[in-house]
Design a protein around this ligand. Sequence first.
Ligand code: PRX
Length: 615
Amino acid sequence: MAKKYLTWFKNYQKIQSGNFEKGNIEWFIGGKLNACFNCVDRHLPKKANQIALIYEQEEPDQTEKITYQEMKEKVCQTANLLKSLGVKKGDPVAIYMPTCPAAIYTMLACTRIGAIHNVVFGGFSANALRERLIDCKTRIIFTSNHSIRKGRRIFLKKMVDEAIKDLDFIDHVVVHKLTESEEDFHEEKDKWYEESIAKESKECLIEEMDSESPLFMLYTSGSTGQPKGIIHTTGGYLVYAGMTFDYIFDYRENDIHCCVANIGWITGHTYTVYGPLLLGATTVLYEAVPIYPTVERYWQSIDKLKITSFYTSPTAIRLLMTFSDQNVIKYDLSSLRVIGSVGEPINPEAWLWYYKLVGRERCTLVDTYWQTETGGVVLTPLPGVTPLKPGSTTLPFFGISPVILDPSTGNVLTENNVTGLLAISSSWPSIARTIYSNHKQYLNVYFNQYKGFYLTGDSAFRDSDGYYWVLGRIDDVITVSGHRIGSMEIESALVSHSHCVEAAVVGIPHEIRGQAICAFCVLKDDPKKEEQKKDLDSLRISLSNQVATQISRIAFPDQIVFVNALPKTRSGKIMRRILRSILIGKTSQQDFGDTSTLLDPSVIDELIEQVKLQK
Ligand code: PRX
Protein backbone atom coordinates (compact mmCIF):
# COMPACT_ATOMS: atom_id res chain seq x y z
CA MET A 1 0.00 0.00 0.00
CA ALA A 2 2.84 2.38 0.81
CA LYS A 3 4.17 1.87 -2.71
CA LYS A 4 0.76 2.04 -4.31
CA TYR A 5 -0.20 5.35 -2.71
CA LEU A 6 3.09 7.23 -2.52
CA THR A 7 6.11 8.03 -4.63
CA TRP A 8 9.27 7.56 -2.56
CA PHE A 9 12.58 9.24 -3.35
CA LYS A 10 14.29 6.48 -1.42
CA ASN A 11 12.73 3.21 -0.51
CA TYR A 12 12.17 2.35 3.15
CA GLN A 13 14.20 -0.51 4.61
CA LYS A 14 11.82 -1.62 7.31
CA ILE A 15 8.05 -1.32 7.50
CA GLN A 16 7.47 -0.85 11.18
CA SER A 17 9.18 -0.70 14.56
CA GLY A 18 8.59 0.35 18.16
CA ASN A 19 5.84 -0.42 20.64
CA PHE A 20 3.14 1.17 22.76
CA GLU A 21 5.03 0.65 26.05
CA LYS A 22 7.85 2.89 24.90
CA GLY A 23 5.72 5.06 22.62
CA ASN A 24 8.45 4.90 19.95
CA ILE A 25 6.34 3.93 16.95
CA GLU A 26 7.95 4.27 13.50
CA TRP A 27 6.73 3.31 10.04
CA PHE A 28 8.49 2.95 6.69
CA ILE A 29 11.86 3.43 8.29
CA GLY A 30 14.65 4.81 6.14
CA GLY A 31 12.23 5.97 3.43
CA LYS A 32 12.54 9.46 1.93
CA LEU A 33 9.64 11.36 0.41
CA ASN A 34 7.92 14.72 0.22
CA ALA A 35 4.24 15.37 0.91
CA CYS A 36 3.92 18.29 -1.49
CA PHE A 37 5.53 16.33 -4.32
CA ASN A 38 3.05 13.52 -3.71
CA CYS A 39 0.04 15.84 -3.55
CA VAL A 40 0.98 18.17 -6.40
CA ASP A 41 4.03 17.72 -8.65
CA ARG A 42 3.70 14.05 -9.46
CA HIS A 43 0.20 14.62 -10.88
CA LEU A 44 1.30 17.32 -13.33
CA PRO A 45 2.36 15.16 -16.28
CA LYS A 46 -1.21 13.90 -16.63
CA LYS A 47 -3.33 16.33 -14.70
CA ALA A 48 -1.86 19.82 -15.04
CA ASN A 49 -5.17 21.16 -16.32
CA GLN A 50 -7.42 19.14 -14.08
CA ILE A 51 -9.22 21.02 -11.31
CA ALA A 52 -7.53 20.39 -7.97
CA LEU A 53 -9.52 22.77 -5.76
CA ILE A 54 -13.06 24.04 -6.05
CA TYR A 55 -13.44 26.92 -3.64
CA GLU A 56 -17.09 27.15 -2.70
CA GLN A 57 -17.61 30.33 -0.75
CA GLU A 58 -20.58 31.42 1.31
CA GLU A 59 -22.69 33.00 -1.38
CA PRO A 60 -23.84 30.32 -3.85
CA ASP A 61 -22.52 32.20 -6.89
CA GLN A 62 -18.99 32.50 -5.48
CA THR A 63 -17.15 29.50 -6.85
CA GLU A 64 -13.51 29.47 -7.90
CA LYS A 65 -11.71 26.60 -9.62
CA ILE A 66 -7.96 26.04 -9.45
CA THR A 67 -6.04 23.54 -11.59
CA TYR A 68 -3.15 21.37 -10.42
CA GLN A 69 -0.76 23.53 -12.46
CA GLU A 70 -2.06 26.76 -10.89
CA MET A 71 -1.87 25.20 -7.45
CA LYS A 72 1.73 24.11 -8.04
CA GLU A 73 2.78 27.64 -8.98
CA LYS A 74 1.09 29.23 -5.96
CA VAL A 75 2.54 26.57 -3.64
CA CYS A 76 6.05 27.17 -4.98
CA GLN A 77 5.72 30.94 -4.63
CA THR A 78 4.51 30.50 -1.06
CA ALA A 79 7.35 28.07 -0.31
CA ASN A 80 9.86 30.59 -1.66
CA LEU A 81 8.28 33.29 0.48
CA LEU A 82 8.65 31.05 3.54
CA LYS A 83 12.31 30.56 2.69
CA SER A 84 12.88 34.26 2.16
CA LEU A 85 11.40 34.87 5.61
CA GLY A 86 13.97 32.51 7.06
CA VAL A 87 11.79 29.43 7.61
CA LYS A 88 13.82 26.23 7.58
CA LYS A 89 13.23 22.50 7.65
CA GLY A 90 11.68 21.53 11.01
CA ASP A 91 10.39 25.05 11.87
CA PRO A 92 6.75 25.40 12.95
CA VAL A 93 4.50 27.74 10.93
CA ALA A 94 1.11 28.80 12.29
CA ILE A 95 -1.86 29.14 9.93
CA TYR A 96 -4.91 30.97 11.27
CA MET A 97 -7.09 31.25 8.19
CA PRO A 98 -10.47 30.16 6.89
CA THR A 99 -10.70 27.17 4.54
CA CYS A 100 -9.53 28.82 1.32
CA PRO A 101 -6.97 28.15 -1.44
CA ALA A 102 -4.30 30.37 0.14
CA ALA A 103 -4.48 28.27 3.31
CA ILE A 104 -4.00 25.07 1.31
CA TYR A 105 -1.06 26.62 -0.61
CA THR A 106 0.53 27.52 2.71
CA MET A 107 0.06 24.05 4.18
CA LEU A 108 1.58 22.44 1.08
CA ALA A 109 4.35 25.06 0.86
CA CYS A 110 5.39 24.18 4.41
CA THR A 111 5.60 20.51 3.53
CA ARG A 112 7.56 21.31 0.35
CA ILE A 113 10.41 22.81 2.38
CA GLY A 114 10.01 20.52 5.40
CA ALA A 115 8.46 23.09 7.75
CA ILE A 116 5.76 21.88 10.14
CA HIS A 117 2.37 23.52 9.74
CA ASN A 118 0.21 24.22 12.73
CA VAL A 119 -3.29 25.15 11.58
CA VAL A 120 -5.29 26.87 14.30
CA PHE A 121 -9.06 26.84 13.74
CA GLY A 122 -10.18 30.34 12.68
CA GLY A 123 -13.07 30.16 15.17
CA PHE A 124 -10.68 30.14 18.13
CA SER A 125 -10.32 33.36 20.08
CA ALA A 126 -7.20 35.51 20.21
CA ASN A 127 -6.45 34.08 23.62
CA ALA A 128 -6.70 30.45 22.43
CA LEU A 129 -4.46 31.31 19.47
CA ARG A 130 -1.93 32.97 21.75
CA GLU A 131 -1.80 29.90 23.99
CA ARG A 132 -1.04 27.68 20.98
CA LEU A 133 1.56 30.08 19.58
CA ILE A 134 3.34 30.18 22.91
CA ASP A 135 3.33 26.40 23.19
CA CYS A 136 5.00 25.84 19.81
CA LYS A 137 7.03 29.10 19.71
CA THR A 138 6.39 29.72 16.05
CA ARG A 139 8.18 32.71 14.51
CA ILE A 140 5.74 33.17 11.69
CA ILE A 141 2.00 33.21 11.30
CA PHE A 142 -0.17 33.24 8.19
CA THR A 143 -3.61 34.75 8.51
CA SER A 144 -6.37 36.37 6.45
CA ASN A 145 -7.55 39.92 6.93
CA HIS A 146 -10.89 38.40 7.85
CA SER A 147 -13.12 35.41 7.36
CA ILE A 148 -16.83 35.50 6.61
CA ARG A 149 -19.54 33.69 8.48
CA LYS A 150 -23.21 34.08 7.64
CA GLY A 151 -22.44 37.22 5.69
CA ARG A 152 -20.55 38.85 8.54
CA ARG A 153 -16.86 39.52 8.74
CA ILE A 154 -14.73 38.03 11.49
CA PHE A 155 -11.57 40.07 11.83
CA LEU A 156 -8.84 37.46 12.01
CA LYS A 157 -5.96 39.89 11.55
CA LYS A 158 -7.15 41.92 14.53
CA MET A 159 -7.29 38.72 16.58
CA VAL A 160 -3.74 37.91 15.54
CA ASP A 161 -2.59 41.38 16.62
CA GLU A 162 -4.19 40.82 19.99
CA ALA A 163 -2.82 37.29 20.29
CA ILE A 164 0.79 38.26 19.57
CA LYS A 165 0.89 41.38 21.73
CA ASP A 166 4.24 41.25 23.60
CA LEU A 167 5.22 37.91 22.04
CA ASP A 168 8.70 38.85 20.94
CA PHE A 169 9.42 35.55 19.19
CA ILE A 170 6.91 36.34 16.40
CA ASP A 171 8.88 37.85 13.51
CA HIS A 172 6.35 37.85 10.67
CA VAL A 173 2.60 38.01 10.10
CA VAL A 174 1.66 37.24 6.50
CA VAL A 175 -1.83 38.51 5.69
CA HIS A 176 -3.91 36.99 2.94
CA LYS A 177 -6.50 39.42 1.56
CA LEU A 178 -9.76 37.47 1.50
CA THR A 179 -11.60 40.53 0.22
CA GLU A 180 -10.74 44.21 0.11
CA SER A 181 -10.82 45.89 3.50
CA GLU A 182 -8.85 48.37 5.52
CA GLU A 183 -6.69 46.74 8.16
CA ASP A 184 -4.25 47.91 10.75
CA PHE A 185 -0.90 47.18 9.22
CA HIS A 186 2.36 47.08 11.13
CA GLU A 187 5.16 47.64 8.65
CA GLU A 188 7.85 45.97 10.70
CA LYS A 189 6.09 42.59 10.98
CA ASP A 190 3.19 42.46 8.56
CA LYS A 191 3.27 41.46 4.89
CA TRP A 192 0.47 41.11 2.39
CA TYR A 193 0.43 37.54 1.12
CA GLU A 194 -0.59 38.29 -2.48
CA GLU A 195 1.96 41.07 -2.97
CA SER A 196 4.73 39.05 -1.38
CA ILE A 197 4.26 35.84 -3.34
CA ALA A 198 3.94 37.76 -6.62
CA LYS A 199 7.68 38.54 -6.32
CA GLU A 200 8.63 34.90 -5.85
CA SER A 201 9.56 32.26 -8.41
CA LYS A 202 7.02 29.65 -9.48
CA GLU A 203 9.61 26.92 -9.07
CA CYS A 204 10.89 25.71 -5.75
CA LEU A 205 13.11 22.78 -4.92
CA ILE A 206 11.61 19.94 -2.94
CA GLU A 207 13.10 18.91 0.37
CA GLU A 208 13.61 15.15 0.76
CA MET A 209 12.11 14.26 4.12
CA ASP A 210 12.56 11.19 6.29
CA SER A 211 9.49 9.05 6.62
CA GLU A 212 9.38 9.88 10.33
CA SER A 213 9.92 13.66 9.95
CA PRO A 214 7.02 15.61 11.49
CA LEU A 215 4.52 16.66 8.82
CA PHE A 216 2.24 18.82 10.92
CA MET A 217 1.01 19.54 14.40
CA LEU A 218 -2.58 20.10 15.38
CA TYR A 219 -3.86 21.08 18.79
CA THR A 220 -6.70 19.17 20.33
CA SER A 221 -8.48 19.08 23.68
CA GLY A 222 -7.87 16.46 26.30
CA SER A 223 -8.60 15.94 29.96
CA THR A 224 -6.29 18.71 31.13
CA GLY A 225 -6.73 22.47 30.89
CA GLN A 226 -4.06 22.68 28.18
CA PRO A 227 -4.67 21.66 24.55
CA LYS A 228 -2.18 19.09 23.24
CA GLY A 229 -0.07 19.61 20.11
CA ILE A 230 -0.54 16.29 18.32
CA ILE A 231 2.32 15.44 15.97
CA HIS A 232 1.86 13.43 12.78
CA THR A 233 4.76 12.26 10.68
CA THR A 234 5.20 12.13 6.92
CA GLY A 235 5.31 8.56 5.55
CA GLY A 236 2.81 6.78 7.77
CA TYR A 237 0.26 9.58 7.85
CA LEU A 238 0.28 9.99 4.08
CA VAL A 239 0.02 6.27 3.32
CA TYR A 240 -2.97 5.99 5.61
CA ALA A 241 -4.60 9.24 4.39
CA GLY A 242 -4.38 8.18 0.74
CA MET A 243 -5.44 4.62 1.35
CA THR A 244 -8.41 5.38 3.61
CA PHE A 245 -9.61 8.12 1.27
CA ASP A 246 -9.46 5.71 -1.68
CA TYR A 247 -11.29 2.82 -0.03
CA ILE A 248 -13.78 4.65 2.17
CA PHE A 249 -14.94 7.16 -0.42
CA ASP A 250 -14.56 4.62 -3.23
CA TYR A 251 -12.51 7.12 -5.23
CA ARG A 252 -12.66 6.99 -9.03
CA GLU A 253 -10.98 9.20 -11.61
CA ASN A 254 -12.88 12.48 -12.21
CA ASP A 255 -14.68 12.26 -8.88
CA ILE A 256 -15.50 15.45 -7.03
CA HIS A 257 -15.07 15.03 -3.32
CA CYS A 258 -16.52 17.43 -0.78
CA CYS A 259 -15.64 17.33 2.89
CA VAL A 260 -17.26 20.30 4.60
CA ALA A 261 -14.97 20.25 7.66
CA ASN A 262 -12.90 23.34 8.35
CA ILE A 263 -9.16 22.91 7.76
CA GLY A 264 -8.63 23.79 11.43
CA TRP A 265 -9.66 20.23 12.34
CA ILE A 266 -8.09 16.88 11.51
CA THR A 267 -10.99 16.00 9.20
CA GLY A 268 -10.10 18.98 7.03
CA HIS A 269 -6.43 17.93 7.01
CA THR A 270 -6.95 14.31 6.04
CA TYR A 271 -10.10 14.31 3.91
CA THR A 272 -10.20 17.81 2.40
CA VAL A 273 -6.49 18.22 1.74
CA TYR A 274 -4.12 15.26 1.97
CA GLY A 275 -6.28 12.21 1.09
CA PRO A 276 -7.88 13.69 -2.05
CA LEU A 277 -4.76 15.49 -3.30
CA LEU A 278 -2.61 12.38 -2.90
CA LEU A 279 -4.98 10.61 -5.25
CA GLY A 280 -5.01 13.53 -7.71
CA ALA A 281 -8.69 14.14 -7.03
CA THR A 282 -10.76 17.32 -7.21
CA THR A 283 -11.53 18.49 -3.70
CA VAL A 284 -14.07 21.09 -2.69
CA LEU A 285 -13.05 23.72 -0.13
CA TYR A 286 -16.30 24.49 1.54
CA GLU A 287 -16.32 27.80 3.34
CA ALA A 288 -20.01 27.88 4.10
CA VAL A 289 -22.38 26.95 6.88
CA PRO A 290 -25.22 24.50 6.11
CA ILE A 291 -28.01 27.04 6.66
CA TYR A 292 -26.63 30.17 4.99
CA PRO A 293 -28.00 31.83 2.93
CA THR A 294 -30.64 29.08 2.94
CA VAL A 295 -31.07 25.61 4.39
CA GLU A 296 -30.62 24.21 0.88
CA ARG A 297 -26.98 25.25 0.66
CA TYR A 298 -25.46 21.74 0.79
CA TRP A 299 -27.90 20.17 -1.66
CA GLN A 300 -27.59 23.09 -4.04
CA SER A 301 -23.78 22.65 -4.09
CA ILE A 302 -23.98 18.91 -4.68
CA ASP A 303 -26.31 19.48 -7.62
CA LYS A 304 -24.31 22.41 -9.03
CA LEU A 305 -20.84 20.91 -8.69
CA LYS A 306 -21.88 17.28 -9.35
CA ILE A 307 -20.26 16.12 -6.15
CA THR A 308 -19.66 12.37 -5.97
CA SER A 309 -18.71 11.95 -2.29
CA PHE A 310 -19.96 14.20 0.48
CA TYR A 311 -18.74 14.19 4.09
CA THR A 312 -20.37 16.07 6.95
CA SER A 313 -21.29 15.78 10.64
CA PRO A 314 -24.33 14.37 12.44
CA THR A 315 -24.99 17.82 13.93
CA ALA A 316 -25.43 19.32 10.46
CA ILE A 317 -27.74 16.46 9.48
CA ARG A 318 -29.84 16.78 12.64
CA LEU A 319 -30.14 20.51 12.05
CA LEU A 320 -31.12 20.13 8.40
CA MET A 321 -33.68 17.45 9.27
CA THR A 322 -35.69 20.00 11.17
CA PHE A 323 -36.61 21.75 7.90
CA SER A 324 -38.94 20.54 5.15
CA ASP A 325 -37.82 17.46 3.19
CA GLN A 326 -38.77 19.36 0.04
CA ASN A 327 -35.59 21.41 0.47
CA VAL A 328 -33.61 18.27 -0.35
CA ILE A 329 -35.98 16.43 -2.66
CA LYS A 330 -36.07 19.21 -5.23
CA TYR A 331 -32.36 18.87 -6.04
CA ASP A 332 -30.73 16.41 -8.40
CA LEU A 333 -28.34 14.46 -6.19
CA SER A 334 -27.74 11.63 -8.65
CA SER A 335 -23.99 12.41 -8.87
CA LEU A 336 -23.52 11.16 -5.29
CA ARG A 337 -22.14 7.66 -4.66
CA VAL A 338 -20.89 7.88 -1.08
CA ILE A 339 -22.11 10.04 1.78
CA GLY A 340 -20.20 10.20 5.05
CA SER A 341 -20.62 11.16 8.66
CA VAL A 342 -17.93 11.98 11.22
CA GLY A 343 -17.22 13.58 14.56
CA GLU A 344 -19.85 12.17 16.88
CA PRO A 345 -22.25 9.26 17.10
CA ILE A 346 -25.02 9.49 14.50
CA ASN A 347 -28.39 8.45 15.89
CA PRO A 348 -30.39 6.00 13.73
CA GLU A 349 -33.08 8.59 12.98
CA ALA A 350 -30.54 11.04 11.51
CA TRP A 351 -28.76 8.17 9.75
CA LEU A 352 -32.00 7.08 8.03
CA TRP A 353 -32.91 10.62 7.00
CA TYR A 354 -29.45 11.15 5.49
CA TYR A 355 -29.52 7.74 3.80
CA LYS A 356 -33.02 8.13 2.35
CA LEU A 357 -33.30 11.84 1.55
CA VAL A 358 -29.72 12.57 0.50
CA GLY A 359 -28.40 9.14 -0.48
CA ARG A 360 -31.77 8.24 -2.04
CA GLU A 361 -31.25 4.71 -0.62
CA ARG A 362 -28.68 4.24 -3.37
CA CYS A 363 -25.48 5.60 -1.84
CA THR A 364 -23.36 3.99 0.81
CA LEU A 365 -23.48 5.92 4.07
CA VAL A 366 -20.07 5.64 5.73
CA ASP A 367 -20.22 6.45 9.44
CA THR A 368 -16.52 6.91 10.06
CA TYR A 369 -15.02 6.82 13.53
CA TRP A 370 -11.61 8.33 14.18
CA GLN A 371 -9.72 11.03 16.08
CA THR A 372 -7.08 13.73 15.71
CA GLU A 373 -4.65 11.19 17.15
CA THR A 374 -5.53 8.36 14.74
CA GLY A 375 -4.74 10.55 11.71
CA GLY A 376 -7.33 8.74 9.58
CA VAL A 377 -10.51 6.71 9.89
CA VAL A 378 -10.18 3.53 11.97
CA LEU A 379 -13.73 2.15 12.10
CA THR A 380 -15.90 2.38 8.99
CA PRO A 381 -18.00 0.53 6.45
CA LEU A 382 -16.53 0.12 2.96
CA PRO A 383 -18.83 1.00 0.05
CA GLY A 384 -20.17 -2.05 -1.73
CA VAL A 385 -18.64 -4.36 0.85
CA THR A 386 -19.96 -3.86 4.38
CA PRO A 387 -23.65 -4.40 5.14
CA LEU A 388 -24.77 -1.22 6.91
CA LYS A 389 -26.56 -0.77 10.23
CA PRO A 390 -27.93 2.69 11.04
CA GLY A 391 -25.92 4.14 13.94
CA SER A 392 -22.98 1.72 13.80
CA THR A 393 -19.51 2.55 12.55
CA THR A 394 -19.43 -1.15 11.65
CA LEU A 395 -15.97 -2.71 11.31
CA PRO A 396 -12.27 -1.81 11.54
CA PHE A 397 -10.36 -0.53 8.51
CA PHE A 398 -7.47 -2.70 7.21
CA GLY A 399 -4.68 -3.00 9.74
CA ILE A 400 -6.69 -1.74 12.71
CA SER A 401 -7.16 -4.11 15.64
CA PRO A 402 -9.79 -2.67 17.97
CA VAL A 403 -10.45 -4.22 21.36
CA ILE A 404 -12.99 -3.58 24.07
CA LEU A 405 -11.49 -3.47 27.56
CA ASP A 406 -13.19 -4.07 30.86
CA PRO A 407 -12.65 -0.70 32.60
CA SER A 408 -12.08 -2.18 36.04
CA THR A 409 -9.78 -5.09 35.23
CA GLY A 410 -8.29 -3.91 31.95
CA ASN A 411 -8.98 -7.35 30.48
CA VAL A 412 -9.82 -7.68 26.80
CA LEU A 413 -13.47 -8.65 26.40
CA THR A 414 -13.24 -11.21 23.64
CA GLU A 415 -16.92 -12.07 23.21
CA ASN A 416 -19.53 -10.10 21.33
CA ASN A 417 -22.39 -8.17 22.94
CA VAL A 418 -20.00 -6.35 25.27
CA THR A 419 -19.56 -2.73 26.25
CA GLY A 420 -16.32 -1.23 27.56
CA LEU A 421 -13.38 1.01 26.73
CA LEU A 422 -12.49 1.23 23.08
CA ALA A 423 -8.77 0.63 22.56
CA ILE A 424 -6.49 -0.49 19.72
CA SER A 425 -3.97 -3.24 20.29
CA SER A 426 -1.31 -2.60 17.66
CA SER A 427 0.06 0.39 15.80
CA TRP A 428 -1.05 1.62 12.38
CA PRO A 429 0.81 3.99 10.06
CA SER A 430 -0.95 7.25 10.98
CA ILE A 431 -1.03 6.98 14.76
CA ALA A 432 0.17 10.25 16.35
CA ARG A 433 3.83 9.93 17.31
CA THR A 434 3.93 12.32 20.25
CA ILE A 435 2.51 15.42 21.89
CA TYR A 436 4.65 18.44 21.07
CA SER A 437 7.26 18.92 23.79
CA ASN A 438 5.46 16.51 26.12
CA HIS A 439 6.20 12.88 25.29
CA LYS A 440 5.49 11.93 28.89
CA GLN A 441 1.92 13.17 28.60
CA TYR A 442 1.57 11.23 25.32
CA LEU A 443 2.55 8.04 27.14
CA ASN A 444 0.32 8.76 30.13
CA VAL A 445 -2.80 9.69 28.21
CA TYR A 446 -2.77 6.98 25.55
CA PHE A 447 -0.62 4.06 26.66
CA ASN A 448 0.11 3.89 30.37
CA GLN A 449 -3.38 3.34 31.71
CA TYR A 450 -3.85 -0.07 30.07
CA LYS A 451 -0.45 -1.44 29.09
CA GLY A 452 -0.07 -2.60 25.53
CA PHE A 453 -3.08 -0.69 24.20
CA TYR A 454 -3.77 2.68 22.62
CA LEU A 455 -6.69 4.10 24.62
CA THR A 456 -9.15 6.13 22.54
CA GLY A 457 -11.00 7.80 25.44
CA ASP A 458 -14.33 6.52 24.04
CA SER A 459 -16.54 3.68 25.14
CA ALA A 460 -18.10 1.31 22.64
CA PHE A 461 -20.47 -1.62 22.31
CA ARG A 462 -19.65 -4.60 20.05
CA ASP A 463 -22.82 -6.33 18.91
CA SER A 464 -23.48 -9.97 18.06
CA ASP A 465 -22.17 -9.45 14.48
CA GLY A 466 -18.95 -7.92 15.75
CA TYR A 467 -20.07 -4.43 14.69
CA TYR A 468 -18.87 -1.44 16.74
CA TRP A 469 -21.20 1.21 18.14
CA VAL A 470 -19.24 4.13 19.58
CA LEU A 471 -21.06 5.50 22.62
CA GLY A 472 -19.02 8.63 23.41
CA ARG A 473 -16.18 9.91 25.55
CA ILE A 474 -15.48 8.49 28.96
CA ASP A 475 -12.98 11.18 29.88
CA ASP A 476 -13.69 14.86 30.48
CA VAL A 477 -13.92 15.75 26.83
CA ILE A 478 -17.20 17.13 25.47
CA THR A 479 -18.17 16.79 21.80
CA VAL A 480 -20.38 19.70 20.77
CA SER A 481 -21.43 19.82 17.12
CA GLY A 482 -18.57 17.43 16.41
CA HIS A 483 -16.06 19.81 18.02
CA ARG A 484 -13.92 18.45 20.77
CA ILE A 485 -13.69 20.65 23.87
CA GLY A 486 -12.05 19.85 27.20
CA SER A 487 -14.16 20.43 30.35
CA MET A 488 -11.10 21.77 32.11
CA GLU A 489 -10.38 24.34 29.40
CA ILE A 490 -13.86 25.80 29.90
CA GLU A 491 -13.53 25.60 33.67
CA SER A 492 -10.30 27.54 33.67
CA ALA A 493 -11.91 30.21 31.45
CA LEU A 494 -14.80 30.49 33.93
CA VAL A 495 -12.60 30.81 37.00
CA SER A 496 -10.59 33.53 35.29
CA HIS A 497 -13.76 35.65 35.69
CA SER A 498 -13.51 37.90 38.72
CA HIS A 499 -16.79 36.62 40.26
CA CYS A 500 -16.21 32.89 39.88
CA VAL A 501 -14.09 30.96 42.35
CA GLU A 502 -14.75 27.43 41.17
CA ALA A 503 -16.37 25.78 38.19
CA ALA A 504 -17.24 22.31 36.91
CA VAL A 505 -18.31 21.67 33.35
CA VAL A 506 -20.08 18.64 31.93
CA GLY A 507 -21.74 17.63 28.66
CA ILE A 508 -25.31 16.40 28.56
CA PRO A 509 -27.28 15.05 25.59
CA HIS A 510 -28.55 17.66 23.12
CA GLU A 511 -31.02 16.88 20.35
CA ILE A 512 -29.16 18.60 17.53
CA ARG A 513 -25.62 19.29 18.66
CA GLY A 514 -25.02 15.88 20.26
CA GLN A 515 -23.98 17.39 23.56
CA ALA A 516 -24.69 20.65 25.36
CA ILE A 517 -22.26 22.35 27.71
CA CYS A 518 -23.46 22.86 31.29
CA ALA A 519 -21.41 24.71 33.86
CA PHE A 520 -21.71 24.76 37.63
CA CYS A 521 -20.17 27.87 39.15
CA VAL A 522 -19.38 28.79 42.72
CA LEU A 523 -19.45 32.56 43.09
CA LYS A 524 -17.51 34.76 45.43
CA ASP A 525 -20.75 35.86 47.08
CA ASP A 526 -23.68 33.71 48.08
CA PRO A 527 -25.65 33.23 44.85
CA LYS A 528 -28.87 32.47 46.65
CA LYS A 529 -29.33 35.87 48.19
CA GLU A 530 -32.65 37.18 46.89
CA GLU A 531 -31.36 40.61 45.96
CA GLN A 532 -28.63 39.08 43.80
CA LYS A 533 -31.04 37.04 41.70
CA LYS A 534 -31.69 39.84 39.25
CA ASP A 535 -28.00 40.13 38.58
CA LEU A 536 -27.49 36.45 38.01
CA ASP A 537 -28.66 36.57 34.42
CA SER A 538 -26.24 39.30 33.51
CA LEU A 539 -23.55 37.37 35.33
CA ARG A 540 -24.39 34.31 33.23
CA ILE A 541 -23.89 36.39 30.09
CA SER A 542 -20.66 37.80 31.35
CA LEU A 543 -19.34 34.33 32.29
CA SER A 544 -20.33 32.95 28.88
CA ASN A 545 -18.57 35.84 27.17
CA GLN A 546 -15.50 35.06 29.20
CA VAL A 547 -15.52 31.53 27.73
CA ALA A 548 -15.96 32.92 24.22
CA THR A 549 -12.99 35.28 24.60
CA GLN A 550 -10.76 32.76 26.30
CA ILE A 551 -11.54 29.84 23.97
CA SER A 552 -14.18 30.19 21.24
CA ARG A 553 -17.88 30.70 20.72
CA ILE A 554 -18.12 26.97 20.10
CA ALA A 555 -17.47 26.47 23.83
CA PHE A 556 -20.31 28.83 24.91
CA PRO A 557 -22.14 27.22 27.88
CA ASP A 558 -25.79 26.34 27.24
CA GLN A 559 -26.62 26.46 30.92
CA ILE A 560 -24.92 27.94 33.98
CA VAL A 561 -26.06 26.84 37.44
CA PHE A 562 -24.83 28.75 40.50
CA VAL A 563 -24.13 26.56 43.50
CA ASN A 564 -22.52 26.82 46.94
CA ALA A 565 -20.16 23.88 46.48
CA LEU A 566 -19.12 21.25 43.95
CA PRO A 567 -19.19 17.50 44.54
CA LYS A 568 -15.56 16.65 45.27
CA THR A 569 -13.71 13.59 46.44
CA ARG A 570 -11.53 13.76 49.52
CA SER A 571 -8.55 14.20 47.24
CA GLY A 572 -10.22 17.24 45.65
CA LYS A 573 -11.31 15.73 42.31
CA ILE A 574 -14.63 16.96 40.96
CA MET A 575 -17.09 14.07 40.48
CA ARG A 576 -18.52 15.20 37.17
CA ARG A 577 -20.63 12.08 36.72
CA ILE A 578 -22.81 13.20 39.67
CA LEU A 579 -23.38 16.55 37.98
CA ARG A 580 -24.27 14.82 34.72
CA SER A 581 -26.81 12.58 36.47
CA ILE A 582 -28.45 15.50 38.26
CA LEU A 583 -28.74 17.49 35.04
CA ILE A 584 -30.58 14.69 33.29
CA GLY A 585 -33.08 14.57 36.16
CA LYS A 586 -31.73 11.80 38.38
CA THR A 587 -32.50 12.27 42.05
CA SER A 588 -32.16 8.95 43.86
CA GLN A 589 -29.04 7.69 45.57
CA GLN A 590 -28.72 4.61 43.31
CA ASP A 591 -28.55 6.87 40.25
CA PHE A 592 -25.30 8.41 41.44
CA GLY A 593 -23.27 5.22 41.69
CA ASP A 594 -20.56 5.00 44.32
CA THR A 595 -20.51 8.22 46.34
CA SER A 596 -18.44 6.91 49.23
CA THR A 597 -15.43 8.99 48.24
CA LEU A 598 -17.41 12.27 48.36
CA LEU A 599 -16.00 14.70 50.87
CA ASP A 600 -19.43 16.11 51.73
CA PRO A 601 -22.36 13.92 50.60
CA SER A 602 -24.90 16.61 51.57
CA VAL A 603 -23.75 18.66 48.58
CA ILE A 604 -25.88 16.45 46.33
CA ASP A 605 -29.20 17.69 47.74
CA GLU A 606 -28.20 21.29 47.29
CA LEU A 607 -27.16 20.61 43.69
CA ILE A 608 -30.49 18.91 42.90
CA GLU A 609 -32.35 21.84 44.39
CA GLN A 610 -30.35 24.48 42.50
CA VAL A 611 -30.71 22.69 39.17
CA LYS A 612 -34.50 22.60 39.70
CA LEU A 613 -34.65 26.25 40.75
CA GLN A 614 -32.42 27.61 38.01
CA LYS A 615 -33.85 25.66 35.07
O1 PRX B 1 -15.62 10.78 20.68
C1 PRX B 1 -15.19 10.44 19.39
C2 PRX B 1 -15.83 11.38 18.38
O2 PRX B 1 -14.90 12.42 18.17
C3 PRX B 1 -13.72 12.20 18.95
C4 PRX B 1 -12.50 12.66 18.22
O3 PRX B 1 -12.56 14.05 18.03
P1 PRX B 1 -11.49 14.78 17.12
O4 PRX B 1 -10.14 14.37 17.53
O5 PRX B 1 -11.83 16.23 17.17
O6 PRX B 1 -11.75 14.22 15.69
C5 PRX B 1 -13.02 14.36 15.13
C6 PRX B 1 -13.04 13.90 13.70
C7 PRX B 1 -12.25 12.74 13.35
C8 PRX B 1 -13.72 10.71 19.21
O7 PRX B 1 -12.93 10.37 20.31
N1 PRX B 1 -16.13 10.72 17.10
C9 PRX B 1 -15.50 10.91 15.92
N2 PRX B 1 -16.11 10.21 14.94
C10 PRX B 1 -17.13 9.53 15.52
C11 PRX B 1 -17.14 9.85 16.89
N3 PRX B 1 -18.03 9.29 17.74
C12 PRX B 1 -18.93 8.42 17.22
N4 PRX B 1 -18.99 8.09 15.92
C13 PRX B 1 -18.14 8.62 15.03
N5 PRX B 1 -18.23 8.30 13.75
